[in-house]
Design a protein around this ligand. Structure first.
Ligand code: UDP
Ligand code: MG
Length: 318
């Protein structure tokens, strides 16, 4: 089969892992080419997301050593999702199939062949799904589970235990290119594309070198982005909450008036102050959530580029 496969690997300060990653990925590419499952024009495309270390120099050196490696350099750090999109959109110009995976080899490279096989049996999108989270910390496990459950509750269709390890055909990528949103949450967008899709399970390993580029603050921001980019239910919940509180206060008013005229007035300072604070808090919270959505509208209307490529190194032919 002559399908050209591109592996897209976003890299941010990954000098500690790149040599090992490139070795393992080129071995997989060689094996797949030998087995006749992909064309020899297939490539491993590293996307340098404005790294401050030697990541880009290493990518250039790898490309010189072996043309199977190519690189896309972003003009500055734009975050994982934007870097991934830059890679996918560049790769789709040359490839029939694209698989995205992390630079730290947490995504088991043996699943690549399974994904390619699934593609050959007719699937346009293949999601890599973790079989277990044994190697994750308790905190990551608990927050991940809570996040998936919450997203489901809000009616957002995301694949459980799937991160950004997935295969997409050129047809699916062409559709992805039509999604113009600036607040990127690819895990939520891809299921909207539709097409025949399936999953492949793999065991997610520990990052083998270097540090995670997703500290808790970034993780929380990402989860919040995911929720507010895909569901307007929080806004509706605020409306319902507001209505409920309004009803309660109406009933309370009636009760107070009755109490006043029957002579049972109780001077409750604590309850008064407590309710002022509570209502003030709820109002601030609601304003904040509404503000989040307005902020999103603001950044979407500006239509700024989601990534800027400063350089591409790529030999298309063998
Ligand atoms: N990454 C990126 N830009 C960023 C942060 C991360 O391209 O601003 C890449 C990183 O190099 C890695 C992938 O995104 O290939 C996932 O990041 P990481 O492994 O640090 O996240 P974790 O697995 O800890 O959630
Ligand atoms: Mg990782």
């Amino acid at each position: 089969m002559n399908d050209v496969l591109y592996l897209v690997v976003p890299c941010y300060n990954e000098e500690a892992v790149l040599y090992e990653t490139s070795k393992r990925l080129s071995a997989v590419m060689e094996q797949l080419t030998k087995a006749g499952k992909i064309s020899s024009k297939s490539r491993v495309m590293f996307v340098n997301d404005g790294s401050k270390d030697k990541t880009w120099e290493i990518i250039e050196a790898l490309h010189k050593q072996d043309p199977v490696f190519c690189g896309v350099c972003l003009s500055r750090n734009r975050g994982h999702q934007n870097a991934l999109l830059a890679g996918l959109m560049t790769a789709k110009e040359y490839a029939d199939i694209v698989i995205s995976l992390d630079a730290d080899l947490q995504d088991d490279v043996n699943a690549i062949e399974k994904m390619v096989d699934a593609y050959h049996s007719g699937y346009e999108i293949v999601y890599g799904v973790r079989s277990c989270r044994k190697k994750d910390t308790f905190f990551k496990k608990a927050t991940a589970k809570g996040f998936y459950k919450f997203m489901k509750l809000l009616g957002v269709d995301i694949v459980f235990n799937h991160a950004d390890y997935r295969l997409m055909s050129k047809a699916a990528l062409d559709v992805l290119a039509q999604f113009e949103e600036v607040n990127l949450f690819l895990r939520g967008i891809i299921p909207l594309i539709g097409f025949q899709s399936t999953t492949v399970t793999y065991e997610r390993d520990k990052r083998f070198a270097g540090e995670s580029k997703y500290p808790v603050s970034k993780m929380l921001a990402f989860a919040f982005d995911g929720i507010t980019s895909f569901s307007i239910k929080p806004i509706r919940m605020i409306t319902c909450l507001g209505f409920l509180i309004f009803l309660v206060s109406l009933i309370a008013l009636i009760v107070f008036v009755i109490l006043k005229y029957t002579g049972f007035t109780i001077g409750g300072w604590t309850s008064t102050v407590a309710s002022i604070w509570m209502i003030g808090g709820i109002q601030l919270l609601c304003l904040g959530v509404i503000g989040e959505y307005i902020g999103k509208i603001y950044s979407e209307t500006k239509k700024r580029p989601r990534y800027i490529i400063s350089k591409i190194i790529l030999d298309k032919e063998d």
